[in-house]
Design a protein around this ligand. Structure first.
Ligand code: AMP
Length: 554
């Protein structure tokens, strides 16, 4: 067993440096040392996750529950804990200060006895508590963990409990660290993760079976695959020029879902690969009725259809996702339909390396027409144009133009899937800061600082602020969400943890010295809060440059 203290010390070392190569080496060294059984837990813990992203289990510990536990064990009032968080800017250090001061009066372990698996199993117990009395029981369990911990462990238990590690280790560093630790190529690790999204399994396989084992890793029913993504099509002509024949489908105005069916057991993952099965009972039912095979992985879009048979606003659709209460009444108010467009696995056979035409044939064989997205293969621009106009007339976004010969490339935004939409492209940007409003809006965060991603350097580059397109009601909702993400405040300026993605429309992108990216948005307007997207899905500086160059050519 590996002691939790070793883990906490690694976190502390990583936190003190900024170079990603050095961070990777420290994490790699740790992965080499960790006990086999705890390697999976360690890969998740270091990213601030208790469970894998696709797991139905959730920590169930929010800030207020954490503060209550710290308050109970330190005998300090919750208000004082909140002050400490504000002063230190970090729940971890606040917990350490509060509890360590108290512990001098108690008998406590000078040497920790906690192991990684003990922390995991206690957090798992907490996650599984529900119903009456569960809050008290959760607090008791957290108290127990804190009381068994030495100060350095307290910092990271507190952060892990709310799944905010704040040490700058994301999927990229973990991927490279697994490669370095077990001396295997990073692209094999990436392949394993794209296919299984199971960092623990990939790390364990790398350690135990090396290259050969990793090469054998394939699609696993019940482990979501990273979804294939689309690029913007410049024109119909260009798509035909590149692909010759084009597989045309409507680009539905909905949300992506990946469906895993094993016999009667159905699991649905969102675009972020979170398990959303329990909030979509109507889709589960539809799969049972309309899929005529045992074991399968499917890709598609769910659309919320209004009374007029047109897609409802995206915000309405999102109300159906990750819902815990009022599931059936919300489902009645916001009914969903399913449009399937791909299949990745069928009864033991991995279909990722089969051309789209072959996959489509299999999909048609096993799926009732009413949940299948229509597809036409053509080289006639008139046919594509008609599909495009029909899609828009029906209230959808445009069309997808797919290469019929293309394989399914998990996690890739390539030229084999092109999207054709009428309006100027929007950008998906990460919110990294904000400003408190004035006058009537003094209690609300009235403007938001936006950033694109610099993937190579693993950082965010600011590109502008958005304050338009947000209703008062939405401002209140957003303020509530962002209050929990505050890292620091200075006057009216607030820094947020980069967690939320805004889809932003604008008139034009301009060159600008005012923002780190070297670009600014002219007349930015919030289109949607993309809670279906994670920060890794936000647009990169390369895409900003692309849009900038594209608009010059208009
Ligand atoms: P975007 O989010 O703008 O990059 O567009 C890609 C998204 O369009 C996918 O992630 C799907 O959620 C959605 N979509 C709608 N219809 C289709 C389709 N027929 N094929 C693939 N993706 C589609």
């Amino acid at each position: 067993m590996t002691s939790f203290k070793d883990f906490a010390e690694v976190c502390k070392r990583v936190e003190s440096i900024s170079g990603s190569l050095e961070m990777t080496s420290i994490v790699a060294e740790f992965f080499r040392k960790v006990d086999d059984d705890e390697l999976g837990m360690a890969t998740h813990f270091i990213m601030g996750r208790i469970f894998p992203i696709w797991s139905e289990e959730e920590s169930g510990i929010g800030q207020s529950l954490l503060y209550s536990a710290i308050s109970k064990i330190s005998s300090l009032p919750v208000k004082r804990i909140e002050e400490l968080v504000r002063d230190t800017g970090d729940p971890g250090h606040a917990a350490e200060k509060a509890i360590a001061s108290r512990k001098t009066h108690m008998t406590f372990f000078s040497e920790s006895e906690l192991t990684i698996s003990e922390v995991y199993s206690r957090l798992q117990t907490i996650a599984r508590l529900s119903g009456k009395g569960s809050q008290t029981a959760k607090i008791k369990n957290l108290q127990y963990l804190f009381s068994s911990a030495i100060p350095i462990e307290i910092v990271y238990i507190a952060r892990l409990a709310i799944e905010e590690m704040r040490i700058g280790v994301g999927e990229g560093i973990v991927r490279n660290a697994i490669a370095e630790a077990f001396n295997v190529p990073a692209d094999l690790i990436e392949r394993g993760i794209l296919l299984t999204n199971d960092f623990g399994l990939v790390a364990y396989t790398a350690k135990k079976e090396g290259v050969q084992g990793l090469e054998k890793l394939g699609v696993i029913l019940g482990r979501p695959i990273k979804v294939m993504l689309a690029q913007v099509a410049s024109s119909i002509q260009e798509a035909i020029g590149e692909m010759k024949n084009v597989a045309v489908e409507w680009k539905f105005d909905g949300a992506r879902v990946q469906i895993h069916k094993r016999g009667n057991h159905i699991t649905i993952y969102s675009r972020k690969l979170e398990n959303v099965t329990s909030s979509l009972p109507d889709i589960v039912r539809s799969i049972r009725l309309n899929i005529l095979t045992e074991n399968v992985i499917l890709d598609g879009e769910v659309v919320a259809l209004g009374n007029d048979d047109r897609p409802m606003a995206f915000q309405e659709l999102l109300k159906r996702f990750r819902r815990k209460y009022e599931i059936s009444s919300t489902a009645a108010r916001i009914p969903l339909i399913l449009d399937l467009f791909d299949i990745m696995f069928l009864n033991g056979e991995n279909l990722l390396d089969k051309p789209l035409t072959v996959r489509r044939k299999k999909l048609e064989e096993i799926c009732d027409k009413n949940i299948l997205a229509k597809q036409t293969i053509t080289d006639d621009p008139g046919v594509i144009e008609k599909a495009y106009n029909d899609a828009l007339a029906a209230g959808h976004e445009g069309v997808m133009l797919k290469n019929p010969d293309s394989l399914y490339s998990p996690g890739k935004r390539g030229k084999n899937w092109l999207k054709l939409k009428p309006i100027m492209e929007t950008l998906d940007l990460v919110v990294t800061g904000g400003e408190w409003g004035e006058g009537r809006r003094a209690n609300l965060i009235g403007s938001y600082l936006l950033a694109c991603r610099d993937i190579e350097m693993d950082r965010f580059l600011s590109i502008g602020r958005v304050a338009t397109g947000i209703t008062d009601a939405q401002l209140e909702e957003l303020t509530d969400i962002f209050k929990d993400l505050v890292i620091s405040e200075n006057g009216i300026h607030v820094d947020f943890e980069p967690k939320i993605v805004f889809e932003v429309a604008f008139e034009e992108i301009q060159k600008s010295q005012n923002y780190d990216s070297g670009y600014a948005l002219r007349f930015p307007r919030l289109v949607n809060v993309r809670s279906d997207k994670s920060v890794e899905d936000a647009d990169s500086i390369e895409r900003v440059e692309q849009v900038y160059i594209g608009q010059r050519g208009r």
